[in-house]
Design a protein. Structure first.
Length: 283
């Protein structure tokens, strides 16, 4: 089989492949189990392989590129226009195979294991921060049921928990006091995990020149700098700062026609995490 272009629809267990030759003739339509994908691709001559960008696509891009193939990741939104009528795995693979050959198509640079590891730190920290907020709100609400109001700020809640753990228990029943102290212990555990994650981010930041340069921007700290450095591994894909802002989602939604520009609200279709960090830094 002289396959020149191959589209792969990724999945958890069963992958769908769609390949064409130099003339555009379909020469391959095949389903493969996860464990058989690399063995099959290793037997093919070097070709162009397209996949939708997703959480697992960067791993597969590295593994397939190591076999000598030219691998390109496409944003799913750019593949959708090429899907004909009904959507299924075979139609998706065909659409990917067609989209990857378009001369004006935009691709997603494949991330390294190190970049993905730093993003795991960011996502873990973000999850821990949300859990911390949930526990703080729960403690505030349950203390308020007994007429104990904590001032604003996490430290005020921590001070109340310290007093609960001492002789001053505010006259709370033993059952309520025990439950609140359990939440307080969980809060301390999460706070230590957040500090540990931030220390690891600091260590990586000190070893990365791009992240250190980003930190010199006013309003950009270590968290934002490290997130930017790993989320945009190849800044040259953007021709200007406007393109980068559009990638973040900081552009109005357009519904223009007939020479008339109709601009709506900011679409927020881009990277919500980076956008949130930059907005917080700007304020």
């Amino acid at each position: 089989m002289e396959i020149t272009t191959l589209g792969i629809d990724l999945a958890k267990s069963v992958f769908q492949l769609y390949g064409v030759d130099a003339d555009g003739t379909v020469v391959l339509q095949k389903k493969l189990r996860r464990g058989a994908v690399l063995d099959f691709l290793g037997k093919l001559e070097r070709c162009l392989i397209g996949m939708e960008a997703c959480p697992t696509s960067h791993f597969w891009a590295r593994e397939i590129a190591a076999l000598g193939h030219d691998v390109r990741l496409i944003p799913p939104a750019y593949v959708k226009p090429y899907v004909k009528r009904q959507k299924n795995d075979a139609a998706d693979a065909e659409a990917i195979c067609e989209a990857v050959t378009r001369p004006n198509m935009r691709f997603v640079p494949a991330k390294t294991e190190e970049q993905q590891s730093v993003l795991v730190l960011h996502r873990s920290r973000d999850l821990l921060m949300r859990q911390r907020t949930m526990i703080l709100n729960a403690i505030r609400a349950q203390l308020a049921e007994f007429g104990i109001i904590a001032a604003q700020g996490p430290r005020k809640v921590t001070e109340l928990l310290r007093r609960l753990n001492g002789p001053d228990s505010f006259g709370l029943p033993a059952l309520a006091r025990s439950a609140l102290l359990a939440l307080g212990a969980q809060l301390e555990h999460i706070a230590e995990a957040i500090r540990n994650t931030e220390r690891q981010l600091m260590t990586w930041h000190r070893q990365n020149a791009a992240s250190q340069r980003l930190e010199t921007i006013p309003g950009v700290g270590i968290i934002t700098a490290t997130a930017l450095a790993v989320s945009v591994p190849d800044p040259s894909v953007f021709r200007s700062g406007r393109q980068f802002a559009a990638w973040l989602g900081l552009v109005p939604r357009q519904n223009s026609s007939g020479g008339k520009e109709r601009l709506g609200r900011v679409s927020k279709m881009g990277n919500g995490y980076l956008r949130r960090l930059l907005v917080v830094g700007a304020t």
